[in-house]
Write a protein that binds this ligand. Structure first.
Ligand code: SF4
Ligand code: SF4
Length: 276
């Protein structure tokens, strides 16, 4: 049963992070338009039909969602009733560079969770994320001023984070928030065992997102074909990392007609890595 989707609302970013796997996949990212209100209609229909009490939508994907903020506002307004009732919970993840007070207030008023991508230590973050540390930290403080607490944060774990494990964990400890660590993949990627070792240490001191049929990149099990869909490029994909596998389904397909026929496999491993 599908209870979560991620929707990529644009293919644009104002950073060019060294490890960004969307840039590595640029050949597969097209600007095929999607009527996102139609996707939201399909989600509302699916929720009603299956009496789903809690459905999660991530407005995340191939780019930086804040660069399409007016459109994002339209989508959030369109599901505002469901957000208010808690039937839908929504989140977005930002690189933290282009945010304003008005944007953060709007997201707060509509119960949309905002995660900031920050890779811990300034030197490490700046090396991989285009020297954006100071700007991101100042917008994290702006978020705290508006919300009275620090936002959730997303950190990509590569060799430099591993080399600074203790200092990185201490960095995140100061915020007393929820941290999602994801394994760096692609040409600069680290092994699953290195990532697991890091996660074990991080979990001892931090509120870390883990577990469940989600994604091995975040320390969970692979949820491919179980409960999650990824919308981008005018199509529906197994997940954001599978857009280069070529088997997309038209974006406006009713959710209960979407099937990727994922064969049985050991879900401690990544579906894509297991079959390609
Ligand atoms: S901010 Fe995100 S989408 Fe943009 S380049 Fe960096 S990793 Fe890629
Ligand atoms: S296929 Fe790989 S990247 Fe996609 S959800 Fe599964 S573990 Fe994550």
């Amino acid at each position: 049963m599908i209870t979560r989707v991620c929707i990529s609302i644009n293919n644009a970013c104002n950073l060019r992070c060294k490890y960004c796997h969307f840039h590595e996949k640029e050949d597969y990212i097209e600007n095929s338009p999607m009527d996102i209100l139609k996707i939201l209609d399909n989600i509302k229909f699916h929720i009603k039909k299956y009496e789903i009490e809690s459905f999660k939508i991530g407005f995340v994907g191939n780019g930086e969602p804040m660069l399409s903020f007016p459109e994002l506002q339209t989508y959030i307004d369109y599901i505002s009733e469901e957000l208010k009732k808690g039937i839908i919970s929504a989140y977005t993840i930002t690189n933290g560079v282009s945010l304003s007070e008005d944007m953060l207030v709007f997201l707060k008023e509509h119960n949309v969770n905002v995660g900031f991508s920050i890779d811990g230590l300034k030197d490490v973050h700046d090396k991989w994320r285009c020297h954006s540390y100071d700007k991101v930290m100042s917008n994290i403080e702006l978020y705290r001023k508006i919300n009275g607490k620090y936002p959730s944060m997303n950190c990509t774990v590569g060799a430099d984070v591993i080399a600074n494990t203790e200092a990185t964990i201490s960095f995140f400890e100061q915020f007393k928030n929820r941290v999602t660590f994801s394994r760096m993949i692609g040409q600069y990627g680290i092994s699953m065992s290195e990532f697991k070792q890091f996660m074990t240490q991080a979990q001892e001191r931090l509120n870390v997102r883990t577990g469940g049929y989600d994604c091995t990149m975040y320390g969970g099990l692979c949820g491919a074909g179980i409960n999650n869909l990824f919308y981008a490029n005018g199509g529906i994909y197994i997940c954001g990392n599978c857009i280069d596998m070529g088997n997309s389904i038209p974006y406006d397909t009713p959710i209960d007609e979407v099937s990727f026929d994922v064969p049985n496999f050991d879900r401690v491993n990544c579906y894509k890595e297991s079959f390609t």
